[in-house]
Ligand binder design. Structure first.
Ligand code: NDP
Ligand code: 8X3
Length: 253
């Protein structure tokens, strides 16, 4: 059955690939991100296959989010699936050298932005007693690494918020899932390193990272499970990625 699917951060990476994946089934797509031109191009590509509504939304800005929802055409108002994917990492400096403005932007986007969109969509899902919120967390929310400080903190929030939503939604036919990818090659590292393509490429050099399409397939599968099945958490890494031992500093000053 065709669903109305809202994807935030649909202009790139996981969100763009998820839009293509949900278009395969002829779902009605709502595409949101700041880059209106990229959204428009994607909407034009997908619209022969399914109904598409695309409009700019900055999840860090309440007016922008309000305008977006106020502008939704009637046929797109009953959102069945919300993919809370818009997000970013900025920098990889140790906390003591980090730029506070970057921390603030990560919190505003990955935490407050995700809550803002959820807050806008959830009442409709509750009224219809139906829906699925799919949040995009990260392995960084589970496993700390040097320089991951605030970014990892935002994704730990996403995991706990996802579980909290499930607790509040007891008795409702509304699913909440948190997908936690590890290393995946998208624009993520370019954004993290301020547009430094060379540094971004080094992150993936000599590896077979996850692709945007891998994550899109997972997002789609989590939703395609029968309506009584809730995937709470799904952590996924490329085979080339794993954990290492806890760090121990010897001969400390
Ligand atoms: P991309 O940089 O390719 O895509 C990020 C998307 O988020 C873009 O569409 C961007 O659109 C959107 N976005 C960023 N800020 C805002 C904002 N303020 N308002 C609306 N949209 C915004 O990276 P990914 O696809 O990799 O990232 C998607 C999600 O996956 C993020 O939440 C990220 O943290 C998470 N993730 C990524 C992993 C990876 O290794 N790639 C691993 C684990 C999780 P625009 O700039 O047009 O607004
Ligand atoms: C993205 C994965 O390891 O770069 O969330 O933080 S990582």
């Amino acid at each position: 059955m065709s669903k109305v699917v809202l994807i935030t951060g649909a202009s790139s990476g996981f969100g763009e690939a998820a839009a293509r994946r949900f278009a395969d089934d002829g779902n009605a797509l709502i595409l949101a991100a700041r880059s209106a031109d990229k959204l428009q191009a994607l909407a034009e590509e997908l619209s022969p296959r399914c109904p598409v509504y695309a409009a700019p939304m900055d999840v860090t800005n309440q007016d922008s989010v309000d305008r977006f929802f106020a502008g939704l055409p009637q046929a797109f108002r009953d959102i069945d699936v919300l993919v809370n994917n818009a997000g970013l990492a900025l920098g990889l400096e140790p906390a003591q050298q980090a730029d506070f403005a970057k921390w603030q932007t990560m919190v505003d986007t990955n935490i407050t932005g995700l809550m803002r969109v959820t807050h806008a969509v959830l009442p409709g899902m509750v009224a219809r007693n139906s829906g699925h919120i799919i949040n995009i967390g990260s392995t960084a929310g589970n496993w700390p690494y040097p320089g991951g400080n605030a970014y990892g903190g935002t994704k730990a929030f996403v995991q706990n918020f996802s579980r909290g939503l499930r607790a509040d939604l007891i008795g409702k036919r509304i699913r909440v899932s948190n997908i936690e990818p590890g290393m995946a090659e998208t624009n993520f590292s370019k954004v993290r390193f301020g547009g430094d393509d060379e540094r971004a490429a080094k992150v993936y050099a000599g590896t077979t990272p996850l692709s945007a399409e891998d994550i899109a397939d997972i997002i789609h599968w989590v939703n395609a499970m029968p309506a009584h099945v809730n995937i709470n958490t799904l952590e996924v890494m490329p085979v080339c990625q794993t954990w290492s031992a806890l760090a121990v500093s010897r001969d400390m000053e």
